[in-house]
Write a protein that binds this ligand. Structure first.
Ligand code: HEM
Length: 195
């Protein structure tokens, strides 16, 4: 765990900048409503604050910030040692050491960013998700890096962390954008909860 803390500090960049706020689309019919990805900035290219000299799609950058904030909250949850924490699920990842762990946490961040971007309207190849499907990714028998199956309570907690991470990055709970993101998360509960 000590090792993990160190690596985590090095790897995680908890976002400080705000996401693009949701434009007022109250007057639009559902068919015209921009995708979540578009509302988070879409494919407009901006400088990547974490990789000097590189550009990144604004929508992808928004998701990466939320994902890294979420990973930060999960790490804090695990380190709290509170009962019902998410430690057991992430145990295989925590058992990895040194560069292996750093690489795999970075890879998880990348895969989560791909996953959210791709499934909320990110069209360009940079957002292509090539990881496991949600059922396989969260079944310890098919993904040995998933320590134990997730329960409904685990899922609700995880979803709360994503929501808090979205809040921390400029998506307030009382917005349509937030409600739409939560709806996407809820649509994944069934394949992910396997306990
Ligand atoms: C909003 C709900 C969730 C989404 C969208 C999500 C998404 C993902 C994705 C995209 C991956 C990567 C799969 C791959 O690399 O092939 C993953 C892996 C994983 N997830 Fe989730 N997940 C969610 C909820 C949960 C919950 C509730 C837990 C546990 C309590 C959990 C624990 C894990 C673990 C341990 C891994 C394996 C790490 C790895 O293979 O590197 N996830 N998840």
């Amino acid at each position: 765990m000590k090792n993990f803390s160190k690596i985590t500090l090095g790897v995680l960049i908890i976002a400080s900048a705000s996401l693009t706020s949701c434009s007022n689309d109250d007057d639009k019919t559902p068919a015209e409503k921009p995708t979540i990805y578009e509302r988070l900035g879409g494919s407009v290219m901006v400088s990547d604050p974490d990789n000097s000299g590189q550009m990144i799609e604004k929508g992808r950058l928004s998701f990466r910030k939320v994902v890294n904030s979420t990973i930060g909250l999960i790490v804090a949850d695990i380190q709290s040692n509170a009962s019902g924490n998410l430690q057991a699920h992430f145990a295989p990842l925590l058992a990895e050491t040194g560069n292996t762990q750093a690489t795999n946490i970075a890879k998880l961040s990348d895969n989560l960013t791909d996953f959210f971007s791709f499934n909320t309207g990110g069209k360009n190849a940079v957002n292509t998700y090539s990881g496991l499907n949600m059922s396989a990714a969260h079944d310890p028998a098919r993904n040995p890096r998933m320590g134990t199956k997730a329960s409904n309570a685990d899922y609700t907690k995880f979803e709360g962390y994503v929501g808090a991470a979205a809040n921390a990055n400029g998506v307030a709970s009382n917005t349509e954008l937030y409600t739409d993101i939560v709806a996407v998360l809820e649509s994944l509960r069934t394949p992910i909860v396997q306990k």
